[in-house]
Design a protein around this ligand. Structure first.
Ligand SMILES: NC(=O)C1=CN([C@@H]2O[C@H](COP(=O)(O)OP(=O)(O)OC[C@H]3O[C@@H](n4cnc5c(N)ncnc54)[C@H](OP(=O)(O)O)[C@@H]3O)[C@@H](O)[C@H]2O)C=CC1
Ligand SMILES: O=C(O)CCCC(=O)O
Length: 479
């Protein structure tokens, strides 16, 4: 298999080192591609190209930038099935979800094609009769973006679309598990006609590429989605040159079901929030709090729902829950299950790796439900990133607010109740950047996406994302 290449300064190029990397389907452990695998030297070339291109791209009119983003929107939409197939093959996501992800990415390109035109400035009345105050917004410069494998197309779109709309140029490093969907997206970027150097793709050793992003003073902003551990490393490195950062990091979402909730709707919402992408989303439920009076009926309904769920290769059209992304992801999930069992947890459903028949060569774990949870367990404190849910009973609203907020994370939280006043109280009390009230899948292109506490800094989505790629300049005119 020929190695697919990186896209630097409008050219498809191999890594300086000549190194390559195999891409594996986590459903079968079969090789699905080979890619050039570079390092900081390739990143430096891409940064130079982006720096050069910034001179003209930042001066292009908003309408011009918008035109390229529209082209890309159309191309991504038309390529939906192909891109979705690549996502499923390299990270195991069920096809139905992968198609939704691609449409979400297309939607981002359309949204920011429009948003490019709305970078308004303002004038402010001066206190002095001989002065005038003007405020304008300008692109921050070259953006280095690092993305994870769980939304290998949409995470890229959510970063590069607002960056390009704002007038920044970009160097992207996608996750090494999912370079093929990034490469396909860049083939579409090339077809969309962006000038050379405006958007660049570097695939390679994360530490080396990351180091170049942090050290190279031509990079003015680092936009990252991934683990809190790596986010902190990048923030420390970025501090040296006071680079701008936006960080979408880990989560540990509480999902709260009150006794007055519609339990069927709550279980369906939970299924979406917990088992979509096999539990590998930063907004995934990690703790399920159920009012003690509905604990048994809720648990039964959830187990019923899981019994009906189809686990399998993401490329099969009826698959609802795919494999985990790799051995490392699988080990972490199995470790959380074992740790809970060792500390007194009781497995109500699932709990094992699937190893027979069609699952023999993949990284599959059964959707799992655990009770008898204590706050010493890893699953109670750390991001599990897998299809496992611990259930914790609660007595009243004050208690569950305190429990839900007792976390270093603050990305997403979910509440199911039919009491309107409680809806408002909960939305206001939860220390989370995203709150789904009777909604297990709140993400939308135009809404702000990001976290409190150690879940991140800055917001993606809507006009909020534009702020992260713009500097504010005050111009004082003497008249
Ligand atoms: N917020 C979210 O959406 C995500 C959260 N996570 C959390 O992180 C855990 C581990 O997953 P993992 O994929 O290892 O997450 P990482 O944070 O390691 O990976 C995310 C991205 O960062 C890159 N990266 C890794 N190390 C460095 C570094 N030192 N400098 C620069 N870039 C780096 C990765 O590259 P490469 O792929 O080459 O290693 C990838 O592109 C998961 O179990 C989950 O808890 C993971 C992914 C997404
Ligand atoms: O949690 C994430 O990592 C992204 C969520 C995107 C979505 O909800 O579609």
């Amino acid at each position: 298999m020929d190695a697919k290449m990186m896209f630097i300064d409008g050219q498809w190029v191999a890594a300086v080192s000549g190194e390559t990397l195999e891409v594996i389907n986590p459903a079968t452990s079969e090789q699905v591609g080979v890619v050039s695998f570079g390092d900081g030297r390739d990143a430096a070339k891409a940064i130079d190209a982006a720096h050069q291109a910034f001179r003209t791209w930042s001066k292009a009119t908003a309408r011009e930038r918008s035109k390229y983003l529209y082209n890309l929107y159309e191309l991504v939409r038309q390529d939906r099935d192909n891109l979705a197939g690549i996502i499923s093959a390299e990270m195991g996501k069920p096809l139905r979800e992968a198609k939704g992800e691609v449409l979400g990415a297309a939607d981002n390109f359309m949204w920011y094609a429009e948003e490019a035109k709305r970078v308004y400035g303002e004038t402010i009345p001066s206190s002095l009769p001989n002065k005038r105050i003007m405020v304008i917004h300008q692109p921050v410069g070259v953006v280095a973006a690092i993305t994870p494998w769980n939304f290998p197309v949409n995470m890229v779109a959510r970063k590069i679309a607002p960056a390009l709309a704002a007038g920044c140029t970009v160097v992207l490093k996608p996750a090494e598990s999912t370079p093929l969907s990034a490469i396909r997206l860049f083939e579409l970027i090339e077809q969309a006609g962006f000038p050379k150097g405006v958007v660049n793709l570097v695939i390679g050793h994360p530490e080396s590429v990351g180091q170049e992003f942090m050290e190279n003073t031509k990079v003015r902003k680092i936009a990252f989605t991934g683990s809190t551990r790596v986010g902190k490393l990048l923030m420390e490195g970025a501090a040296k040159h006071v680079k701008r950062v936006s960080m979408e990091l880990g989560g540990h979402a509480p999902f709260i079901i009150f006794d007055d909730a519609n339990l069927d709707a709550a279980v369906e919402g939970l299924f979406e929030s917990k088992y979509r992408t096999s539990g590998q989303m930063c907004i995934c439920t990690n703790r399920l709090y159920v009012h003690e009076s509905v604990l048994d009926s809720c648990t039964e309904k959830l187990v019923e729902r899981l019994k009906r769920s189809k686990i399998g290769d993401g490329r099969n059209k009826d698959t609802e829950i795919g494999p985990l992304v790799n051995e490392k992801g699988l080990s972490k999930v199995l470790d959380h299950i074992q740790d809970a069992k060792d500390k007194g947890g009781y497995i109500v459903y699932g709990g094992n790796r699937l190893t027979e028949g069609e699952y023999a060569n993949g990284f599959y774990v059964e959707p799992t439900v655990i009770v008898n949870i204590t706050n010493e367990m890893k699953i109670y404190n750390e991001e599990t990133f897998g299809p496992v849910v611990p259930i914790i009973p609660f007595k009243d609203e004050d208690e569950v607010i305190e429990l839900a907020n007792d976390s270093n994370y603050g990305l997403a939280a979910y509440v199911y109740t039919q009491n309107n006043s409680r809806c408002f109280r909960m939305a206001e009390s939860l220390e989370y950047g995203i709150v789904g009230i009777n909604d297990g899948a709140p993400t939308q292109t135009q809404a702000p996406f990001g976290g409190f506490k150690e879940s991140g800094i800055g917001r993606e989505g809507g006009y909020y994302a534009m702020e992260g790629f713009l500097e504010t300049k005050f111009v004082s005119f003497g008249v």
